[in-house]
Structures are given as C-alpha cells and as structure tokens.
Design a protein around this ligand. Structure first.
Ligand SMILES: Cc1ncc(COP(=O)(O)O)c(C=O)c1O
Length: 450
C-alpha cells in the first residue's frame, strides 16, 4: 500500500532558497535521509505551494527537476510518488543489454580486438622496471606525464591518470555538478554519459550538432541560463563520428568563456582518431577539463585515461580520490607507457587508425551510392538515419546483424530515427553490409518496408 506524505511541513521541508532548485534540493535531501521513502505519494502541488508560501509554478518546476533525475515519478491518477531506486544506467542498458545471437554484432561500440596493440613488448619492459611502488609514490608515472605533456592539444596546467574516461567524468561530476544543476550536452550523445549525469541529478540540456560540432547559436541560448558544465566530444563523436573544426572550437570557446561555464571534453577515440587532437583549452584553459581515453586505442581492459585541467580543479579531484582508490595502478600506467613509446605498438595503433578509417569510409561511400547520407568523418561508428528504428533493427537482426537503436542516444524530443552501427568491427564485405543497412533504413517507413 502506498503511504501518503500528509503535509509538507510535517516533513520539515524548508527550502534553503525559495526557488525550484531549493525545493528539489530539500526533497532530495529528505529522500537521502529516508524521511521520504520510495512509493510515498507527494501532496498536490497547490497544497505544498501554500504551505511553503511559494507559487505553484515554483513547486511544479521543482517537481520537474526531480522527475528528470528520476527521484520522483508522475503516474496519471496515482499522482506523484517517490521513485524506486534503480541502479543508474538505464539508457546504457537499453542501448547495450542484449544477448548476442548475431553473426555480426555491430551494436557494441567497442574496438576490434584484432586491431589492438600486442602487449608483449610493453610487458617485457616491465621486467626491468622497479619493484611495485607503495602508497607514497607519485600517483602518475613521471615518464608518462612527460609524454602526455608533449602530446596534448593545449598546454594544460595539471594532469592526472584515472581508470578510463567514464571514471574521469564520474569524478568531475561529483566535484562540479550539484543536484538540479544544468549540464549542456551534445544531442545526440553516448547513453552512458547521459545516465551518469542524470544519476548526479543534473538537468541535462541538449544542443544539436552539425558536421563541425556543437551549434554555436543553440549553445549560446542554452547558456543564457547558467550551467555547471558543457560536455563535448571533441573528435570521433559517438555516435555521429563528427570532429570539431578549429573555427567551431574557437566559437564555442568564446561562448563558454562569456558564460563562465566549464567545458568537459571526452576524447574517447584518442589515438585511433584520424583527426588531430583538439581542445577548447587552447582558448579557455582555465575553463577546460580535457580527458583522453586509451580504451579504444590500446585496450578497454587497460582501463586508463588521462585528464588535464586547471591545477585547483585537478588537485581537488586527486585529493578526494585519495580517500578511496587513491591512484590508478602504476603497473598499468607502465604498460601504457611502453605501448606509447615502443616502435611496434606505436605502428600497430597507427595501422588501427588507418584501418578504422578505411572501414568507415568504405561503408559510407557504398551507403551514399544507395542514397543514404551519413555524416561525420572519424571513429568506429556510423549514425544512420532510418525511417523506423524498430523496423530497421528487426530487419538487420533477421539477417544476423546487430545494431544499436538511436533512441537512448537522443536528448531532444521528436528526434528522427537513427541506428548506430559499429562499422569499425567489420573487416570485409562493406558493400554487402551497406546494401543491407540501406534497405533497413527504409524499412517500415513510407517506402514500404521493402
Ligand atoms: C563517448 C565515450 N566516452 C567514454 C567511453 C568509455 O571510455 P572509457 O573506456 O575510457 O571509460 C566511450 C566508450 O565507448 C565513449 O564512446
């Protein structure tokens, strides 16, 4: 039986600020403290407004913030209730959680294992390295740090090494995003990023992108109300494959500078991107956090990424991390260092970069010949416009091909249908694949599902 929260005041809600965010903060605090429990019904907006002496519009806006983060849910006649707590990766699970029965599973978004560098040379260098360090060693292997400083898109003040890009973004959002803060993201974007931001209680605001990156006009509009951060993928954007041009990057930097926000850059493709590394840090270093993952280029199970930013921000994140994990294994850092400097793995990563580009281009060219235009120029995925997502997915599945639905990537409502295809995983027969994708793109739509 659902119990009802009788009055606002008996719960001791007293918003510290008479705003929608203040109300949302108070409710989320009550949920955290257990005063409000999953399933409890919230009183009608008008009665809460009367008791808190706020306008119904403010309460309603507070409810919207809470609903966005999943803290409450509105369910027709049952009214508004405190939501059950779910582990926070709903979109990602929707996009990825399937048993793979496909002959060719192109839904994964992961690198081709045969294009990852061979570890043996890097592992040999470990045998001559010093014995494992202890708690008091530098958190970042100094030679790796020196190498990163040389090979970075802007002269960053401070660096750290973390356990992958998602770990970096998780730590950054914990440090910078408070409940109800607005965070601007590209539309579409990687579902796990959206899950993470929503789990942090962010009010996620989508800004569309074209072939040069995020659109400046809509970004300026989104930042006319203050936002804690703007999250961008500077190159090989997942899912579209778009990379920021220098002109666009500079425009975005001007807008973010004026708004006083911070840009978080997620360079997940790293060294397998053909586009040069780029960062808004070249213009606004004090407002930039730049993250480079080594998962796609050197192996997801290395689980390493480098992050740069202003000294104050990085140092605060590093010292907070000391309360828990402390640092990313220096063993793994040394393996990565070997992979970044030894001739053979460097050549293997260069080959992977070219091979991914060849695979992507072959499918895109064959699709264009079949009247299907796909944008972007980089990375392992393509973002294909389709008449009907479900019909396209079912049709390809019946041919043994797994692809990802577009919906979990979208932020703005009423987006046209898409599928994401990890063409980087396909070594041969690109024309045949393109033919099947082209047909699937028309399935279920006005062309009649042929
Ligand atoms: C945009 C984006 N960010 C982050 C990640 C994950 O990076 P990591 O393995 O370094 O956590 C991915 C993986 O597909 C990605 O596409």
């Amino acid at each position: 039986m659902m119990s009802e929260v009788t009055t606002a005041t008996t719960l001791g809600w007293s918003p510290e600020e008479p705003t929608a965010r203040g109300v949302a903060n108070a409710v989320s605090r009550a949920i955290r403290e257990g005063t409000l429990k999953p399933g409890m019904k919230l009183p009608p907006i008008r009665s809460v407004a009367a008791e808190l002496r706020l306008s119904p519009t403010t309460i309603s806006a507070g409810w919207s913030l809470l609903a966005r983060s999943g803290a409450i849910q509105t369910d027709g006649r049952r009214g508004t209730t405190i939501a059950e707590i779910h582990p926070g990766s709903a979109r990602y699970r929707k996009a990825m959680d399937r048993h793979s029965f496909f002959t060719q599973d192109l839904s994964t978004g992961v690198p081709d294992p045969s294009l990852l560098p061979d570890l043996s040379t890097a592992l040999q260098t470990l045998t001559t390295a010093a014995t494992p360090g202890g708690y008091l060693d530098e958190p970042v292997v100094p030679e790796l740090l020196a190498l990163l400083r040389q090979d970075w898109p802007y002269p960053a003040e401070q660096f750290t090494i973390v356990d992958g890009a998602m770990d970096a973004i998780e730590m950054v959002s914990r440090a910078m995003v408070r409940f109800g803060d607005r965070v601007v993201v590209e539309h579409p974007t990687f579902p796990l990023l959206l899950d993470q931001l929503e789990a942090a209680g962010a009010d996620v605001v989508g800004v569309p992108l074209d072939d040069q990156g995020m659109l400046p006009g809509p970004l300026a509009e989104a930042l006319s109300v203050s936002a804690a951060a703007v999250l961008v993928q500077p190159r090989a954007h997942n899912p579209t494959g778009v990379s920021l041009t220098t002109t666009r990057a500079q425009k975005l930097a001007d807008i973010i500078r004026a708004a006083g926000s911070t840009v978080i850059e997620d360079d997940s493709a790293g060294s397998v991107a053909v586009t040069e590394a780029i960062s808004l840090g070249s213009w606004i270093p004090q407002q930039t956090l730049h993250i480079r993952s080594f998962s796609k280029s050197h192996g997801p199970d290395l689980r390493l990424a480098a992050m740069s930013g202003p000294e104050t921000v990085i140092d605060a994140i590093v010292s907070r991390r000391q309360l828990g994990q402390g640092w990313s294994s220096r063993f793994l850092q040394r393996i990565l260092l070997g992979l970044l400097i030894e001739e053979e793995p460097v050549a293997q990563v260069a080959h992977a970069r070219e091979e991914y580009q060849r695979r992507r281009q072959s499918v895109i060219t064959a699709l264009a010949e079949r009247g299907v235009e796909v944008g972007g120029n980089d990375g392992i995925n393509i973002w294909v416009p389709v008449a009907d997502e479900s019909a396209a997915i079912v049709r390809l599945a019946s041919q043994g091909i797994g692809v990802t639905p577009g919906a979990p990537f979208t932020v703005l409502a009423d987006s046209p249908g898409h599928i994401r295809v990890t063409v980087g995983a396909v070594a041969h027969s690109h024309t045949e694949l393109a033919e099947m994708i082209a047909q699937a793109s028309r399935a279920g739509g006005w062309v009649g599902g042929r």
